[in-house]
Ligand binder design. Structure first.
Ligand SMILES: NC(=O)c1ccc[n+]([C@@H]2O[C@H](COP(=O)([O-])OP(=O)(O)OC[C@H]3O[C@@H](n4cnc5c(N)ncnc54)[C@H](OP(=O)(O)O)[C@@H]3O)[C@@H](O)[C@H]2O)c1
Length: 244
């Protein structure tokens, strides 16, 4: 993979992403929050309703490396319903690296929902590995699952700032969010995102109803600064810092 910014060099993605020390950047009162998304050149975040067809194997590796440096990985219910997550870090070598770095072998999975409408048969719930924390405003009960699930109730809707404070109290210092687009918009609007990792795939999706990476109004545009830009086979891997 070629690094184009901030300098030019041939690099290994494992070295570029695997050594990120996000937890050291945690501010008081909440985790350091970094988002990861993939989009087509026409700005679409899905092809046929899924994110998988957008990026290459390098994009998947980047995602796995970012998960492997996070204490927790957060997604909205829309993404869980579309993508049916399994175990967050399926690669045993990456789990070994986490352990060697003093992290839990599996990052905590954090889910946000008003409905508790989840595909409970998905591997995340049935593998029995790791743990899940669900923040919800639903009154209903979650079913019994092999993976331990902790349900945190909020009235009416989940207060994302309060959720972040609670996650920090639980020892989460580095939080990766994989969205989706609705959650990303809410997080950015509430200034709860520090960085955005964005893969731009050399494809035109062309589906008018497919979401962009950010579905939801921002009261004003948010400035971001580019931290690095990598390239392989026309696919771009950008790291942006969101200005305060
Ligand atoms: N290209 C990419 O990188 C990428 C990344 C992620 C997702 N995606 C795609 O994006 C699509 C899903 O988009 P989406 O916008 O629906 O996903 P989302 O942001 O993951 O989920 C939205 C849902 O999250 C819950 N939610 C959001 N804010 C909440 C709050 N404050 N309190 C309580 N619940 C809250 C609600 O769940 P309930 O409906 O259960 O109440 C809401 O319907 C999928 O097709 C997925 O493949 C693409």
């Amino acid at each position: 993979v070629r690094r184009l910014l901030p300098d030019s060099a041939e690099i290994e993605v494992d070295e570029q992403y695997g050594a990120l020390a996000m937890a050291d950047l945690a501010p008081d009162g909440r985790p350091y929050v970094f988002a990861n998304f993939a989009a087509t050149v026409d700005g679409r975040a899905t092809i046929s309703g899924r994110s998988g067809p957008i990026g290459s194997d390098v994009d998947t590796r980047v995602l796995m490396l970012l998960r492997s440096v996070a204490d927790a990985v957060m997604i909205g219910a829309g993404t869980m319903r579309a993508e049916r997550y399994g175990r967050m870090v399926p690669d045993g070598d990456l789990r070994d690296r986490r352990e060697a770095a003093g992290l839990a072998r599996d990052p905590v999975a954090v889910l946000v929902t008003r409905t508790l409408d989840f595909p409970w048969e998905a591997g995340l719930f049935t593998s029995g590995e790791g743990s899940v924390v669900i923040y919800t405003s639903a009154d209903s009960e979650a079913p019994e699952t092999a993976t331990p699930v902790d349900v945190v109730r909020h009235p009416e809707t989940v207060d994302l700032a309060a959720m972040m404070a609670d996650l920090r109290d639980r020892g989460i210092r580095a939080l990766l969010t994989e969205g989706g687009p609705t959650i990303l918009a809410e997080l950015v609007e509430h200034r709860l995102v520090d960085e955005l990792f964005l893969t731009i795939a050399p494809k035109l999706g062309g589906e008018p109803t497919a979401p962009t990476i950010l579905e939801g109004p921002l009261t004003e545009p948010v400035a971001i600064d580019i931290e690095w830009l990598l390239e392989q086979d026309g696919e771009l891997y950008a790291r942006y810092r969101i200005r305060e």
